[in-house]
Design a protein around this ligand. Structure first.
Ligand code: GDP
Ligand code: ZN
Length: 312
């Protein structure tokens, strides 16, 4: 059939060989069109901007991919990186007083975020649960990350207005992903941000739930605050996949600068003589807690490697 004029679009979902794009131009802006992809275009993912044209009454064809600002990738079973989502402005790492945050796990998420070079924001949810028992420990933890230059915010998904206060300002005009341990309140925050119709069609529970409707694809949602969210089960496993020693070194931003300064080129940083990272900790330039979790992550990953186990 006749092809329509070329126009810009945004990939909002991905189903095998087909993609849903949202038209960005002209009268059709906002319309969602199921598209096929020309064979010469590789690896399109949700969040990609593309050039497309109508190729029938209600289908289109994608003819080019626009340049990406950022790319979230994860390793497959063989360690090869595969793209998951494109053009993300912020990774929002959600933590909460409950489940109790383990700095080792937070650092693991941060390493995964640093590898992508996408800015990460730490968001403390469930601020309503802060009390005299946990407040000091949480503040110490957050202060450690502020001192490293991370932006730290807090909110509660359970407030009277039903909005996660502060989060809307955080993501207005941005495309973000929410990551973090199960139970910290990611779904709850997302529910407060979604427009009613998205909730009605069960879009998020369908794409993120652990139940029967789980799809492997990432979906993009427009939020009422003018921000955008990309969410998928794969993104929810963010940070849990395998990382190499050099990625772990890079992922600790205050350790990154020390790479190459150890006495031995193959330093394991686990007690070898002349280790620059150990020296930084001894001299107080690297926090003990961060050094401990650096060691722990290196050891966990080495063990995972030895077992030949990688999360898929
Ligand atoms: P997810 O696994 O990160 O998506 O977490 P959920 O959104 O499923 O939330 C886990 C539990 O924490 C649920 O029982 C929520 O009702 C609860 N929860 C989420 N946000 C808050 C909050 O701000 N305050 C309190 N007190 N509970 C919350
Ligand atoms: Zn070393």
């Amino acid at each position: 059939g006749d092809l329509g004029p070329e126009q810009e679009g945004l990939i909002i979902a991905h189903y095998g060989q087909q993609l849903d794009i949202e038209a960005l131009e002209g009268e059709d802006a906002g319309k969602v069109v199921r598209c096929f992809v020309r064979a010469n275009i590789d690896s399109l993912v949700t969040g990609d901007r593309v050039v497309w044209r109508m190729s029938g009454n209600d289908t289109g064809v994608i003819v080019a991919r626009c340049e990406r600002q950022s790319l979230l990738q994860r390793p497959d079973n063989f360690g090869a990186l595969k793209p998951v989502a494109a053009n993300i402005d912020h990774i929002i790492l959600v933590i909460a007083p409950e489940p109790e945050p383990h700095d080792n796990l937070i650092d693991r998420y941060l390493v995964a975020a640093e590898i992508t070079d996408i800015p990460v924001i730490l968001l403390l949810n469930k601020s309503d649960l802060l009390d005299d028992q946990n407040r000091d420990a949480i503040n110490t933890l957050l202060e450690r990350y502020r001192a490293l230059g991370y932006r730290v915010e807090q909110t509660s998904a359970q407030t009277e207005g039903g909005k996660a206060a502060g989060v809307e300002n955080l993501i207005a005009g941005q495309t973000c992903v929410f990551v973090g341990q199960s139970g910290v309140g990611k779904s709850s925050i997302i529910q407060t941000l979604l427009p009613d119709e998205a909730i009605r069609v069960g879009a998020v529970s369908e794409s993120t739930g652990k139940g029967v409707h789980t799809t492997t694809t990432a979906k993009l949602f427009h939020l009422t605050c003018g921000g955008h969210l990309i969410d998928s089960p794969g993104i929810r496993e963010f940070g849990l996949w395998h990382m190499s020693p050099s990625e772990i070194e890079y992922g600790f931003r205050e350790i990154r600068d020390l790479i190459g300064h150890c006495k031995f080129r193959n330093c394991s940083h686990l007690g070898d003589p002349g280790c620059a990272i150990q020296a930084a900790a001894d001299e107080g330039r690297l926090s003990r807690a961060r050094l401990k979790s650096f060691h722990r992550i290196l050891e966990d990953m080495a063990e995972q490697q030895a077992r030949g186990l990688k999360l898929d």
